[in-house]
Design a protein around this ligand. Structure first.
Ligand SMILES: NC(=O)CC[C@H](N)C(=O)O
Length: 729
């Protein structure tokens, strides 16, 4: 009998939803209570320093030492009043999770007396040894100094774990030689680059625009399983996904889970993590059941992109911690279960000006529409030119399983704009041969005056597109559910910044030739519409026809990570990133290396877990069951019933042997392939070998294991089954 599985199932049967003690306060009153935000700063800092800090944040200039001291002192008082005993620089190394190293406020002063201390110097910079984080060869361990440096644009917050409260200070993480070792440093640089480029283009339309910020709203999809069931699946524990498991009779085909009523235990969990998130200033608004059984989604309202990324990282932590209390486990993996929907992290991205204009929303006046079209079309053109970079930005071992399978966007990059805007773009193309004269009302002539101000309710949605326009923003849907969004947002910001700069150059050149500004803008936009037409796709991105069509159009379809990552280090990419000061050559190659290593190690771990489960759990179970059958056949024969009756069982015995033999052979070959791959020096070649010679054994092994699951008696099967993982809560 498969003890662990049945014990876990018994536990699940006894679970009751936790009663969550929710606060009486309105969400709007408790929002951001644990954040050292503007209000908290204003209330605790001397006015003069508060103003200086605001000015430094606004201009992106370094914070003076005296100001840092004042912030540190106010932060300490505020945090201690809330019960915090420790502080930590909170950063996002290239492992994908967040990192912290707590220090106590407590210290001994020079005459040995105990005091509570926190100086500006400790706020601004720390040197956590941190030598074991991935650095892609940038640091040798003997010179492992890495610094965390305060990011004053993301406010500090207090986290409570196991009753202890810690002040967390968002920071970037850089090597002592200056190279970035984290996700945040390049993201901040890309935001600055995009801002500059966007402000410059805005000047064509409104001289009052001084600042443009990038906004981001990140939808988070995830699965929930009971903790006991999770613990009884070594593959989930070790790899985050199920390596085996026959599809249940009922999956998502009835679509009865989607937007259905939320199960009570899950609902209680949601309430609790939402409350905690709210106190941490994460503006969560939406929760619902997703397409697959036991799959859910939560989404915040949009905010400044830097903050949105921090909040998403924080949210994943909170969800994980709160789930534990409810004896649940959150699965953030992109594809925890084969054959049903995977999980994404849809990035809703837009730009808005300090004059309050969303640059990706059409306005009421024709001129606003032209500005909208400038940003809208330039973004499309950027995706057209740098689609491979966007693909690279979302590449990971786990996302490879999701892309293009069961209602997730394909690995082919394309842009969906909806029928209304499609016709606006088509009209621009159609009239491309129409000469525009100085006296023309170009808005009327090109039909730009007619873009409905509120596209939001009018644009159709296309869930199959990796990059879809949704009325007032673009939604980058191909980003994986476990990813740190900095990677994809850094690339998106950079390519759009580049394209905006190119756009401005071309427009300025035409103006210099004597063209009217509006005419010049329209001419460049028309050229972009025509040259980027290939990237626009309104049809079904899941279909095979699209794969063929995309190939005809010359669009890349790179299904696996090692090859997708090539785009990062191509000469044009290196030039692009260095030109905008986002990554140096060294940083880019280091990142490429880290991503390849990460890919390879993940496949290696999966392969090891698979081998272990197959040989030590599945084969012995199958052999034991087969022995029962053999005994049965012997018994039948002894009774003289050895004809038809025993023949059925004999067939099963043979089938079991066949599958055992396939599993054994495939596992042996996989182990050998690993040995060969491990000897390959070059990281890229090694990652490709893992992809092409190790991972290729996963499917045949799984197929036979899943077949055995259907043959072996249910009470003997050791792994918690899909129907139990997906439908018990
Ligand atoms: N309903 C949906 O939006 C499904 C999206 C899908 N889960 C994805 O992987 O992106």
């Amino acid at each position: 009998m498969a003890i662990l599985r049945f014990k876990a199932l018994e536990l699940v049967d006894q679970r009751k939803p936790l009663t969550v003690v929710t606060s009486d306060e309105r969400r709007s009153d408790s929002f951001g209570k644990n954040v050292f935000n503007l209000d908290a700063m204003r209330a605790t800092m001397p006015g003069e320093y508060f103003k200086k800090l605001q000015a430094a944040i606004k201009q992106g200039s370094p914070v003076e030492r005296s100001v840092a001291d004042a912030v540190a002192s106010a932060m300490k008082t505020w945090a201690m009043a809330k019960g915090a005993t420790h502080y930590t620089h909170w950063f996002q190394p290239l492992t994908g999770s967040t990192a912290e190293k707590h220090d106590s406020f407590f210290d001994l002063n020079s005459d040995g007396r105990p005091v509570e201390n926190f100086k500006g110097s400790a706020l601004v910079q720390q040197e956590p040894d941190a030598s074991s984080f991935p650095n892609g060869g940038i640091r040798n361990t003997f010179e492992a100094r890495g610094y965390t440096a305060w990011d004053p644009t993301s406010p500090a917050f207090i986290i409570e774990t196991a009753g202890a409260k810690t002040l967390c200070i968002p920071t970037i993480f850089v090597a002592y030689t200056g190279e970035a070792l984290d996700y945040k440093a390049p993201l901040l640089k890309s935001l600055a680059a995009l801002e500059q480029a966007a402000v410059d283009v805005c000047q064509y339309f409104d001289k009052d625009v001084n600042r443009v910020s990038t906004t981001l709203g990140i939808e988070q999809e995830y699965f929930i399983v009971d903790k006991a069931l999770f613990d009884a699946r070594p593959d989930l524990v070790m790899t985050g996904r199920t390596l085996f498991g026959h599809a249940p009779a009922k999956g998502q085909q009835l679509e009865d889970h989607y937007f259905g009523s939320i199960p009570s235990r899950v609902h209680a969990f949601m309430l609790e993590f939402e409350e905690e998130s709210n106190r941490l200033g994460i503006p969560l608004r939406t929760r619902h059941n997703e397409v697959a059984p036991n799959q859910y989604e939560c989404a915040p309202t949009f905010e400044d992109a830097n903050l949105a990324v921090d909040h998403n990282q924080l949210l994943m932590d909170i969800m994980d911690r709160v789930a534990e209390k409810h004896s649940l486990k959150v699965l953030l993996h992109e594809k925890p279960f084969a054959g049903v929907n995977g999980s994404g992290k849809h990035n809703n991205w837009a730009m808005s000006t300090d004059t309050g204009v969303n640059l990706l929303a059409p306005g009421r006046r024709p001129k606003e529409n032209l500005q909208f079209l400038a940003f809208f079309i330039t973004t499309i053109k950027a995706v057209h030119t740098y689609g491979d970079l966007l693909r690279a930005s979302i590449a990971s071992a786990s996302n490879d399983h999701r892309l293009g399978a069961n209602e997730a966007p394909p690995a082919i990059m394309s842009v969906f704009v909806g029928s209304q805007l499609n016709s606006v773009l088509d009209e621009l193309e159609r009239t491309a041969k129409l000469p525009l004269d100085k006296g023309d009302n170009i808005y009327l002539k090109l039909g730009i005056d007619k873009i409905p101000a509120i596209l939001l309710d009018n644009t159709d949605r296309n869930r199959t597109s990796p990059f879809a326009f949704t009325g007032n923003k673009f939604e980058f849907r191909a980003v994986g559910s476990s990813a740190n969004c900095s990677s994809s947002m850094t690339v998106l910001n950079t390519i759009v910044a580049e394209q905006l700069i190119e756009f401005k150059k071309s427009v300025d050149a035409l103006i210099e030739q004597g063209k009217k500004k509006e005419v010049a803008i329209v001419e460049v936009l028309r050229e972009y519409v025509i040259s980027s037409k290939n990237i626009r796709f309104e049809g079904n991105g899941y279909s095979d026809e699209w794969k063929d069509e995309a190939e005809k159009r010359g669009l890349s379809n790179i299904p696996t990570t090692p090859q997708a990552l090539d785009a990062l280090v191509r000469e044009d990419a290196a030039e692009l990133f260095t030109r905008h000061n986002i990554f140096s050559h060294v940083e880019l190659h280091a990142r490429h290396d880290i991503l390849l290593e990460d890919y390879m190690k993940k496949i290696q771990i999966e392969s090891r877990v698979m081998g272990d489960l197959a040989v030590n759990h599945i084969i012995p179970t199958a052999v034991a069951y087969q022995t029962k059958l053999i005994t049965n056949v012997r018994g039948l024969r002894e009774l003289g019933l050895d004809d038809e009756l025993s023949q059925v069982t004999v067939d099963t015995i043979k089938a079991i042997s066949r599958h055992i033999s396939i599993i054994k052979t495939q596992v042996d070959e996989m182990v050998n392939a690993r040995k060969v791959a491990n000897k390959i020096e070059d990281t890229r070649e090694r990652a490709i070998a893992y992809c092409d010679t190790v991972k290729t054994h996963f499917d045949p092994i799984r197929r036979s294991v899943d077949k055995l699951e259907l043959m072996v008696a249910d009470e003997d099967w050791p792994l918690v089954k899909y129907r139990e993982l997906l439908f018990r809560h």
